[in-house]
Design a protein around this ligand. Structure first.
Ligand code: GLA
Length: 380
């Protein structure tokens, strides 16, 4: 070996060692894909797993854009799955309460399953008493999305879906795009965009059911919540907002200082009775148009903390009041009443019928943009 080739050889070895070292620094970060099941018509459904280097792992399926599992370390570094759901696609194809799903075209309720836009009345499927809930009979949670893996700075999954003009009663061909990404500060970020070719209404969210102590580990009543809202939207007995924006002061809905979820959940209060607990939209205190802190939940047992940041004006805090133990989720664990909470970032329910609420109308030529971050950490 001449001196020159010897030197180049050493450089080559050093280069390989440093690349391998770089990889070794990031042993887990990335995205992987495996089969999750088949639809009745044979369409194959996949499960994508986003992994970071801090011990967090999030699995998402292109069926309903569902976040199937969210693994987060506890204060001892032990990972636990904080999201209710199922081990396989069959669980999600049966009747289930939107575990982890993307919700559209309109998240939460539209009163009397109808709304008017420019004087034209649109009739929607009534799938929740007299009202239309979470986009109708076959909302975005029950659609097959087109998935594309993104390997950039952070592992990410892009999901797209074309909701055709007239689907579930809504006007306009709506192109929806949702990008889930997992960052090194243990944040699961969801970016939503949408365009339409006719005026329509839109309210996109994610319906993850969280239990910071781990899914299937009992109720969430001792977990503590702070919601950054001075006001909420009171509801009628069918859970449709009355239109009022009510101060939370002196109500069971004052979470401006952290309180255990269970503290006032059975208070002798008409609103609590209507919701069978908490199932209400909060008017978030916002500063500017960017991401701002909506809520923080802490589990004293595991030490896990979840912070929710969003660009959206509202937050549905739902305490799993309709879970009744009849659903058996992952590992056949039974999901009892209040064994999870949802923090659905959103526009206010029934906005299409409430002109005083922030508008949910999307017009051709405009792009709807919304972002929500679920950031996990450990309490000091
Ligand atoms: C939302 C609603 C609840 C309930 C759940 C799904 O959070 O506000 O009333 O319908 O979805 O079960």
């Amino acid at each position: 070996m001449t001196y020159l080739t010897y030197t180049s050889y050493i450089f080559l070895v050093l280069a390989i060692v440093s690349v391998a070292g770089g990889v070794a620094d990031k042993p887990n970060s990335g995205i992987s894909k495996k089969a999750f099941g088949r639809m009745a018509d044979g369409t194959t459904i996949d499960l994508y797993t986003l992994t970071n280097n801090q011990g967090m792992r999030v699995a998402i399926t292109n069926y309903g854009g569902i976040a199937v599992s969210i693994l987060v370390p506890d204060r001892n570094g032990k990972p636990g799955d904080v999201a209710l759901g199922f081990d396989n696609l069959e669980g999600y194809l049966a009747k289930e309460p939107y575990f982890g799903a993307l919700i559209g075209r309109y998240g939460n309720r539209i009163g009397n399953a109808r709304f008017k836009l420019h004087g034209v009345e649109y009739k929607l499927p009534a799938n929740n008493g007299p009202n239309s809930l979470h986009g109708g009979l076959q909302g975005f949670d029950k659609r097959v999305w087109t998935a594309r893996e993104i390997r950039s700075e952070h592992p990410a999954l892009e999901l797209t879906y074309l909701s055709k003009d007239g689907e579930e009663g809504y006007p306009g061909n709506l192109n929806a795009k949702v990008v889930y990404s997992l960052t090194e500060d243990n944040a699961l970020r969801i970016d939503y965009t949408a365009t339409t070719d006719k005026d329509t209404v839109l309210n996109l969210t994610n319906h993850s059911y969280f239990n910071l102590a781990g899914e299937g580990s009992g109720d969430i009543l001792k977990q503590e919540i702070m919601i950054n809202a001075d006001r909420f939207t009171p509801i009628d007995s069918t859970l449709i907002p009355t239109g009022e924006l009510r101060e939370v002061d002196n109500t069971p809905f004052d979470f401006r200082k952290p309180a255990s979820i269970g503290a006032r959940i059975d208070a002798d209060d008409e609103q609590i009775k209507f919701g069978k607990g908490c199932d209400h939209n909060f008017v978030l205190n916002r500063s500017g148009a960017g991401l701002s802190l909506a809520a923080r939940v802490t589990d004293p047992g595991s030490g896990r903390v979840l912070e929710v940041l969003t660009t959206q004006p509202g937050l549905q805090f739902y305490t799993g009041n309709f879970l009744d133990g009849s659903i058996h989720g992952k590992g056949s664990k039974s999901y009892g009443r209040r064994s999870a909470f949802c923090l659905e970032t959103q526009h206010f329910p029934d906005s299409p019928n409430k002109p005083s609420f922030p508008s949910t109308v999307l017009k051709p030529g405009e792009t709807f943009r919304g972002s929500t971050v679920f950031k996990f950490s450990i309490s000091k």
